[in-house]
Design a protein around this ligand. Structure first.
Ligand SMILES: N[C@@H](CCC(=O)N[C@@H](CS)C(=O)NCC(=O)O)C(=O)O
Length: 211
C-alpha cells in the first residue's frame, strides 16, 4: 500500500494519474497547502521541501520508503511496478521529457500563474518573462507532439507529468501567443480519454487528512 500526500494541483495529479494507470493500491491524504498544512512537522519528515506530492511506499512492510519530488516519485513507481518507463533507448527518450517538465515546463508555467494572479502588483517584467517562456515551451511541446504520438515512443510517465500542466494552461498561453498548439490539443484529447487519467485528475476528493 502507498500513502500518497497531495492536493488539487498539477504536481499532485501527475502522481494520482500514475497510481491509477499502474493499478497500485494507495490512500490519498489531502495536504491543504492553502492553509499551511505542508509545514506540519510530521509532513516535513516525509517531504522536507514542504511541497506536495510525496509518498510513503509501504509495499515492503519492513522497510517503508518515503519519496518526495514528483519526478523521483514517478520514476520510483515506474521502476517498482515495471510500467510506463521502458528499458534501453526508450528510457532516455522518456526521461529527457520528464526532466524537461520538472525542470522547465512546470516551474515556468507555475511562475506565469503566480505573477498573472498578482498582476495588480505591477511587475511587468516578470509577467513578460514568464509569458514569453511559457509560449516558447508550449511551442517546443507542440513541435515534439507533431513528430510523435507521445512524448516518448509510447505513453509513459513523461506524458503523465506534462498533461496536468498543459490542460489548464494551454488556453491562456494560446491567447497570449495568438496561435493554437494543435498537436498539443490532439494529444490532450487522446490522454483525456484514458479512464485512469479521468480518475487521477479527480484525486484528491477532499475529505480528510492524516500522515
Ligand atoms: N519540484 C516539485 C514541485 C512541487 C510543488 O511545487 N508543489 C506545490 C503544489 S503544486 C506545493 O506543494 N506548494 C506548497 C509550498 O510551496 O509551500 C515537484 O515536482 O514535486
Amino acid at each position: 500500500m502507498i500513502d500518497f500526500y497531495t492536493w488539487t494541483t498539477p504536481n499532485g495529479r501527475k502522481i494520482a494519474i500514475m497510481l491509477e494507470e499502474a493499478g497500485l493500491d494507495y490512500t490519498a491524504h489531502p495536504v491543504n497547502i492553502g492553509q499551511g498544512e505542508q509545514f506540519a512537522a510530521d509532513f516535513l519528515k516525509i517531504s522536507p521541501n514542504n511541497k506536495i506530492p510525496a509518498i510513503v511506499d509501504r509495499t515492503n512492510p519492513g522497510a517503508p520508503k518515503a519519496v518526495f519530488e514528483s519526478g523521483a516519485i514517478l520514476i520510483h513507481l515506474a521502476e517498482t511496478s515495471g510500467q510506463f518507463l521502458p528499458a534501453g533507448d526508450g528510457r532516455a527518450d522518456v526521461l529527457q521529457w520528464l526532466f524537461w517538465q520538472v525542470g522547465g515546463f512546470g516551474p515556468m508555467l507555475g511562475q506565469y500563474g503566480h505573477f498573472r494572479a498578482r498582476s495588480d502588483a505591477g511587475d511587468a517584467y516578470a509577467m513578460s518573462r514568464y509569458t514569453e517562456e511559457s509560449k516558447r515551451l508550449f511551442g517546443v511541446l507542440d513541435k515534439r507532439l507533431g513528430e510523435s504520438e507521445f512524448l516518448g515512443s509510447a505513453y509513459s510517465i513523461a506524458d503523465m507529468a506534462v498533461f496536468p500542466w498543459s490542460l489548464p494552461l494551454r488556453p491562456r498561453i494560446e491567447e497570449a501567443a495568438g496561435r493554437t498548439f494543435q498537436n498539443v490539443d490532439r494529444w490532450e484529447r487522446m490522454i483525456s480519454q484514458r479512464p485512469a487519467v479521468g480518475r487521477g485528475m479527480s484525486v484528491p476528493a477532499i475529505a480528510s487528512k492524516g500522515y
